[in-house]
Design a protein around this ligand. Structure first.
Ligand code: SF4
Length: 275
């Protein structure tokens, strides 16, 4: 089978798996002529016994971050598996205030198997720390694609399509209070748009699975729904290349801090105690 054939077969299998786990796909604006999946997939936990009884189907096994990580580790869903050293599922706390989403692993992350550990990652950590956030305490950090694109190129639309099912499951499992997108690719992928980062940043958008928000319908149809505030800013790598972007990025961080203070009294108390 040709490389293109393998990719197409893999995407078909991914679509089928998403369908079977209750996900759905929506039109994507990044140039791929298919759809990208970023829905709230059903799990045993999400769907619950009531949903399974109503659907007259066997109870599904509960999803977990560990399962996502295991699947990412052995995934050959797109061509990025061919040159990776290690896949990078993500890391952080289980019930994060903030899910930080980047583009994909770079060389340092590929070697370490951890997200955002190179120079850009160190800057990201400092940015988060400036508003009382960290991956050790109250954040989870993941990427749109879990394997390194060669030569640090942008992930291709078909690679994003193949990999997005992992991010959607992570969002459903983590249920962060806010999604913070580091850079254009993450924001465009999650928001299903081709709008540039200059226009996407500076205000809150909303991540929505498009599922039903009525609890009775949710149990009947089994489609879980999430609405999560989403803020995008420039990727830390862009800030390292262009000092002029640091001021608007700081404005974005202040916006994030304000929203978290509104949403979470614990966060407000912790950050108020900072020097
Ligand atoms: S980038 Fe994602 S879809 Fe592609 S091989 Fe890695 S884990 Fe699988």
């Amino acid at each position: 089978m040709t490389a293109e054939g393998k990719t197409a077969a893999s995407q078909f299998l991914a679509l089928t798996a998403d369908y079977l786990t209750g996900g759905y796909r929506r039109p994507h604006a990044l140039g791929f002529e298919g759809d990208v999946f970023l829905a709230g997939p059903l799990t045993g936990t999400e769907n619950g016994e009531a949903g399974d009884a109503l659907n007259n189907s066997p109870k599904r096994e509960a999803d977990s971050l560990e399962k996502v990580a295991e699947e990412v580790q052995r995934c050959a869903g797109c061509r990025l598996c061919e040159k990776r050293t290690r896949s990078v599922a993500g890391e952080g706390v289980r019930e994060p205030l903030v899910l930080v989403v980047g583009e994909g692993p770079g060389a340092d992350e590929d070697a370490a198997g951890r997200p955002f550990v190179g120079k850009a990652g160190q800057l990201l950590d400092r940015m988060l720390a400036s508003i009382g956030l960290s991956r050790q305490k109250n954040c989870y950090i993941a990427n749109v694609v879990k394997c390194r694109p060669p030569q640090n190129r942008d992930p291709a639309p078909d690679e994003i399509v193949s990999c997005s099912r992992f991010l959607s499951r992570q969002i459903a499992l983590l249920k962060p209070k806010v999604i913070f997108c580091a850079g254009r690719i993450a924001a465009q992928t999650i928001l299903h748009t081709a709008t540039g980062i200059g226009s996407l940043r500076g205000h809150f958008e909303e991540y929505s699975t498009g599922g039903v928000f009525n609890e009775t319908d949710r149990i009947t149809t089994g489609i879980a729904a999430f609405r999560i505030p989403l803020l995008a800013t420039y990727h830390p790598s862009a800030l390292l290349r262009n000092e002029d972007l640091k001021r608007p990025a700081w404005e974005d961080l202040k916006l994030l801090r304000s929203r978290l203070a509104e949403l979470d009294s614990i966060y407000a108390r912790e950050t108020a105690e900072q020097p």
